[in-house]
Design a protein around this ligand. Sequence first.
Ligand code: 5RP
Length: 225
Amino acid sequence: MTQDELKDTVAAAAIDEIRPHLARNSVLGIGTGSTANLFIDRLAALRDDFKGAVASSEASAERLRGHDIEVFELNEVGSVPFYIDGADEVNAHLHMIKGGGAALTREKIVAACSERFICIADASKRVTRLGAFPLPVEVIPMARSYVARELVKLGADPVYRQGVVTDNGNQIIDCFDFMIDDPLAMEARLNAIVGVVTNGLFAARGADVLLLGGSNGVERLTPTE
Ligand code: 5RP
């Protein structure tokens, strides 16, 4: 199977996971990226079984609307029963690196408001140690150089993601050569740098369920202690 086919198997598995719990007043949290897009496309068939969605990016909102799924502002909704999203890396604790698509801040906000975070990913995303994928950090533009210098002090090789402006009007620095032994501590440490909006470590609020697509089918994993 190709990587895209594996992504589609986990999108289908996520539909099976949420379908029994959908109610006419349910508003779902929807992530960003190619795996989330496949999930959105499959969700279209269920559009009459739930109320609508909160999106973690303008791109996902547009795709949802294209399928006649109503998109709500998070402030109108409060909490969401499920947040379904992909990841760039995920470990056994279901801590993740996210933000390859530059949507990390809104992803983290919707994830924080979710009762259950379902991560959908192909098997290439599973790692024992986070960090081979460059960790994205969203920064206020005027703080970019300062934040980059602070990231160097922490051992990272920061690279400005040229030409990318987030949905929040900010910029992204990717941290290369930055293996992470304690994701919870590093997430908090990075967020404490003045000018950082969010970083792409999702450890304080990791996933509750990982649907991982591999050559032997979809594995359903929950966090190890
Ligand atoms: C976007 C993300 C995505 O979830 C992550 O990049 C995975 O993307 P894909 O499903 O395309 O592999 O965090 O900001």
